[in-house]
Ligand binder design. Structure first.
Ligand code: PLP
Length: 359
């Protein structure tokens, strides 16, 4: 078997580590930026009756016109049939984009630290990835970024806005300068749009190379797997050729449609999360050894001494967060916690105080 694998599988894939998803059973799960609230029993009943009626023997609609219309309305787009490519989560859109630009010698550019899938997917698509470091306060270094764009001429640039795992929104003027200076496509990834008023939505159409990517995952539907890409129709038509024809299942399309019809329920949850984010940040700031970074998303990045031990201590208390202390030199000592329900946040804060006191 070893021989067979060695003969047929790409060397870089053999050396690859699959995306790690830690076991979270029985734990308070604050590691993956999920919405902690489920849906109401009324909405559950509505979902189960709708899903029960579906024709699962049929392939899903490849164009998903109704769903695109709803997503356009969610974004407040004027167009009734917005140009859009749907992905099985925005992860899949990142993959489609990388495959579409994967000419020999092409470069994908991003900043670091940022969402790790930008680099991983570029590597899997065998496209060179250039990661430009952020400043120590996680802001963009405009001159360095523009210099990297001039030198590498990237076919594709990713900027997450707000950024994951740092939580901040970059300076909009610098992002705009990047879009203007880029010879290739620039994707502004607004996965965390529900939690901030900042967006590049109004700049769509102003730049021929600007694409906007969003997802329902952080709004509350991480299990549904639906992301979408907006931008100039001619570019989207090319990206759409890379999409597998039935990438959004019948179940996903129907569940997203029902949930979007009841989006007021999700919006109320978002407001609760934003309020809890403020309370959690204030509580963390009262802890002497903790430095909290500003966040426009549904998580907080914070720095503590002996972060690895703190992470293990929290896990011992049944709290799962994300240890980023080894992920990038700028993240030394950093941990990331997703904003949970008030009870979950209280349990996290209690456990954190105990762990810090015991050090
Ligand atoms: C910046 C950013 N973009 C995209 C994603 C992926 O989202 P999806 O669940 O839609 O694949 C994430 C997930 O954490 C993210 O942080």
């Amino acid at each position: 078997m070893e021989d067979l694998v060695g003969t047929v599988v790409r060397e870089d894939i053999r050396a690859w580590n699959a995306y790690p998803v830690p076991v979270a059973e029985g734990m308070i799960k604050l590691d993956a930026m999920e919405n902690p609230y489920g849906c109401s029993s009324a909405l559950r009943a509505r979902l189960s009756s709708t899903l029960g009626e579906l024709a699962l023997n049929r392939y899903p609609s490849p164009s998903a016109v109704q769903l695109k219309r709803q997503l356009g309305a969610l974004m407040g787009l004027a167009d009734d049939t917005p140009a859009m490519v749907l992905g099985n989560g925005s992860d899949e859109l990142i993959q489609m984009l990388a495959l579409a630009v994967a000419k020999p010698g092409a470069v994908i550019l991003g900043v670091e630290p940022s969402f790790v899938m930008f680099r991983s997917i570029a590597q899997l698509a065998q496209v060179n990835f250039v990661g430009v470091p952020l400043e120590p306060d996680f802001s963009l270094n405009g001159p360095v970024l523009l210099e990297a764009i001039a030198r590498h001429r990237p076919a594709l640039t990713f900027l997450a806005y707000p950024n994951n795992p740092t939580g901040n929104c970059f300076d909009a003027q610098t992002v705009e300068a990047v879009i203007q200076a880029s010879p290739g496509l620039v994707v502004v990834d607004e996965a965390y749009y529900p939690f901030t008023d900042h967006s590049f939505k109004d700049r769509l159409g102003r730049y021929p190379n600007l694409l906007l990517m969003r997802t329902l995952s952080k709004l509350g539907l991480a299990g549904v797997r639906l992301g979408w890409l907006c931008g100039p129709a001619e570019i989207l038509a090319e990206i759409d050729k890379v999409r597998l024809p039935y990438n959004i299942s019948v179940l996903d399309q129907a569940a997203a449609t029902v949930m979007l019809e009841h989006r007021a329920e999700l919006q109320a949850q978002v407001e609760a999360i934003v309020q809890e984010r403020g309370l959690l940040a204030s509580a963390l700031r009262t802890l002497a050894q903790v430095t909290v970074f500003p966040s426009a998303a549904n998580f907080l990045l914070f720095r503590v001494p002996r972060a690895g031990q703190v992470f293990d201590g929290l896990r011992h208390h049944g709290i799962l967060i994300k240890n980023l202390s080894q992920a990038h030199p700028l993240l030394q000592g950093c941990l990331r916690v997703t904003v949970g329900t008030p009870d979950e946040n209280r349990a996290f804060l209690d456990a954190l105080s105990r762990v810090l006191d015991s050090q």
